[in-house]
Design a protein around this ligand. Structure first.
Ligand SMILES: CC(C)(COP(=O)(O)OP(=O)(O)OC[C@H]1O[C@@H](n2cnc3c(N)ncnc32)[C@H](O)[C@@H]1OP(=O)(O)O)[C@@H](O)C(=O)NCCC(=O)NCCS
Length: 203
């Protein structure tokens, strides 16, 4: 019987969670993945929001994780507004489609609301995130840092009216910039996995 509980991540969980994230993302969006490395770096930057770092456990075993980092929306006049950026989120492949991702989303959104954050911005699959209330960022006149809008770029207002009067470009933390050489070195700490081109990478 699976028995899922959600709790904050602890330092001693980091390695297990990075391994899980690597398993969940491997070859999914590109050959290999870099999300486990982003996660590894994220815990060291000031943008990381420790209170919103959750793991899902099946009894003692960690089977899912969600993290958030501080990001900003900058208006044309140069005003900056703090928002959250969600991700990576990962559920162990064997535990996917059991509602665990949804539990991590709901719990973390409730906590983010309680902490007073105004909104969350993500890049992800609209089919999955609209069910949590995420809307196309263009509904809020929020664009990417390069001035673009597309369906995968979404915003969730977590305080009522939290984005009223706020529009502009979205900037995520530099932790999402991955140096290919550093990633390669980091990869050496994990058991070898073959990088493949797969159908899911076309989506
Ligand atoms: C995305 C992820 C965290 C969802 O976790 P989960 O525990 O499987 O999700 P839940 O069981 O709560 O929800 C499953 C639902 O989400 C849908 N879903 C899951 N991943 C999806 C995706 N990438 N795109 C669209 N829908 C998705 C399923 O179709 C299912 O819908 P249904 O209930 O209508 O059948 C998990 O699939 C995962 O780790 N994926 C690999 C890593 C990843 O893509 N992370 C997100 C990057 S933006």
């Amino acid at each position: 019987m699976i028995n899922i509980t959600i709790r904050n991540e602890r330092e001693e969980d980091y390695r297990e969670v990075e391994t899980l994230t690597r398993e969940a993302f491997w070859n999914l969006y590109k050959p290999g993945c870099d999300e486990h490395f982003i996660l590894h770096k994220m815990r060291t930057v000031s943008a990381f929001v420790r209170e919103l770092d959750f793991v899902a456990c099946d009894n003692e075993k960690i089977v899912g994780n969600i993290v958030y980092s501080k990001a900003k929306i900058q208006s044309e006049r140069g005003e900056e507004y703090e928002v959250l950026c969600m991700g990576p989120i990962a559920v162990s492949p064997k535990y996917q489609r059991l509602g665990i991702g949804s539990m991590l989303m709901s719990e973390s959104i409730a906590k983010a609301k309680q902490l007073g954050y105004r909104a969350v911005v993500i890049f992800g699959s609209p089919d999955y995130y609209h069910r949590f209330g995420y809307k196309n960022a263009s509904d809020y006149n929020i664009k990417t840092s390069t001035g673009e809008n597309f369906d995968a770029f979404m915003v969730l207002e977590i305080q009522k009216g939290g984005l009223t009067g706020i529009e502009g470009k979205f900037y995520e933390d530099d932790v999402f910039k991955v140096d290919a050489k550093e990633l390669e070195e980091f990869e050496n700490n994990f058991p070898y996995k073959e990088k493949l081109v797969t159908d899911t990478q076309l989506r």
